[in-house]
Write a protein that binds this ligand. Structure first.
Ligand code: PLP
Length: 436
């Protein structure tokens, strides 16, 4: 028997190699997402290890909203951060205790708030006073106080995030300049209980200095607000934005530096914070990105006006991020051809869609390929399927599998043609039967 520590050491060295990926693709078909569960586990433990022991990690479900991965995080002891009623439903189905669930979104509907209240989740992170008023009404109908944390868009703009979500004009949170007014209004909402503060400064941060500066600034702000507006800080959600390197020139953040820096920050502030405060970070990308690959098989190769193309069975409809959609920098995701190591030549990798934007690798250097070869788009475990226009051109959803502790299990079945008409109906006069 391995001890827990020994198992963790082992998990860090297990890597899905090409032979294994080829075997998995043979069994489950392509296009296919494959996630390395052992790697996810080790990422979770690494992140926990960088933070003081009092800190809790909330898995950001948006990065990979599957029961399989969410269930893995639940098993590891993680909390979960959800951004819609759909994600909340999934989190509950995955067995999360409502006390480990937080809900953040600038546009929660009344129905979504009622659903969250009904399940008594730990915190609804409110993003406006109008939202707090709605929660107050819901609480008053149930004669119960509802726990909320106030999401703030602070005045500080500590650069470093790939996509900034605070310190600049955004739809997220309550602007720091409006807090006096906001706290005044909150005072009159007797069914809303302020339990804490939330700030999320942005995603894809690769500078340890910036992450630390953000965290420290958020703690200071929360302490000032708790003092000024006289509420007990039970929950302090520092966001996160822990990034991973994808492109040439990017390097991982310095994990040792983060661990030492966080310990120093914690040493400075722990005694100023109330005992037992729930110190939280949220993370999706760091926990899942590097453990997933998207496997797409080459259907055809062709040349056109001097460019070599590989046309694959899965494209930007299933992995929009790799096709530069929603990103401002046109960089190729890291990718490789399974089992091929010859000298690379230039190849443009495209999907099956009839749009010129369906390019998942532009002029990439890859070994010579033939139809049947499988291309692995690496670092695809976060915001792959969840950030893709899946309905575009009606290709069935790819299957998703997890390889964990030497077993490969399917966590989402491949989609079917019927999926595209599910829930649809004809104009009555125009049903095929009416016309026959
Ligand atoms: C409020 C909030 N929390 C957490 C996350 C997850 O970020 P990441 O995947 O960078 O960890 C996001 C991503 O946009 C977010 O908006």
């Amino acid at each position: 028997m391995y001890s827990r520590e020994r198992l963790n050491e082992k998990a860090q060295v297990i890597k899905m190699d090409d032979l294994l990926l080829q075997k998995i693709a043979g069994e489950f078909g392509t296009p296919l997402y494959v996630y390395d569960g052992d790697r996810i586990e080790s990422q979770y433990r690494r992140l926990k290890g960088m933070l003081p022991k009092e800190f809790n990690v909330y898995y950001s479900l948006k990065s990979n909203p599957t029961l399989g991965i969410a269930g893995l995080f639940r098993g590891l002891g993680s909390g979960i951060e959800v951004a819609s009623a759909g994600e909340l439903y999934l989190a509950l189905q995955a067995g999360f205790d409502p006390r480990d669930i937080i809900f953040t979104s600038p546009g929660k509907t009344r129905e979504e708030l009622e659903y969250a209240v009904e399940h008594q989740i730990y915190s609804i992170n409110i993003e406006s006073i109008a939202e707090a008023e709605l929660i107050n009404q819901i609480g008053s109908l149930r004669s119960r106080q509802i726990n909320v944390a106030i999401r703030i868009n602070p005045d500080f703009n500590l650069s470093g995030a790939g996509i900034k979500m605070a310190g600049v004009p955004t739809q997220f949170g309550i602007d720091q300049s409006q807090l006096a007014e906001a706290f005044q209004s909150l005072k009159s909402l007797s069914f809303v209980k302020i339990i804490g503060i939330h700030v999320y400064t942005g995603t894809q941060m690769l500078s340890t200095q910036n992450i630390l500066a953000n965290m420290e600034a958020i703690i200071k702000l929360a302490l000032e607000l708790a003092e000024q507006y006289q509420f007990k800080l039970e929950f302090l959600d520092l966001g996160g934005g822990f990034g991973v390197p994808y492109f040439p020139g990017e390097a991982p953040f310095d994990e040792t530096g983060l661990r030492q820096g966080m310990a120093a920050v914690w040493d400075t502030y722990r005694n100023q914070l109330p005992g037992g405060v729930n110190m939280a970070v949220e993370s999706g990308r760091y926990l899942t990105a590097e453990s997933g690959v998207f496997l797409t098989q080459i259907l055809y190769t062709k040349e056109c006006k001097g460019l070599k193309y590989a046309v694959c069975d899965g494209g930007s409809n299933q992995h929009a991020n790799s096709a530069f959609l929603g990103r401002h920098i046109r960089n190729n995701f890291p990718m490789h051809v399974l089992g091929k190591h010859e000298l690379p030549t230039e190849l443009t990798v495209v999907g099956p869609l009839c749009t010129p934007t369906d390019v998942i690798g532009q002029k990439v250097m890859l070994p010579a390929v033939t139809p049947g070869d499988i291309i692995s788009i690496d670092k695809s475990g976060a915001y792959g399927l969840s950030n893709s226009p899946l309905f575009f051109l009606s290709h069935p959803l790819p299957a998703e599998v997890v390889h964990y502790q030497n077993k490969t299990v399917i966590i989402r079945e491949r989609g079917k043609l019927e999926d595209f008409v599910k829930g649809q109906s004809f104009i009555p006069e125009m049903t095929p039967l009416a016309n026959s």
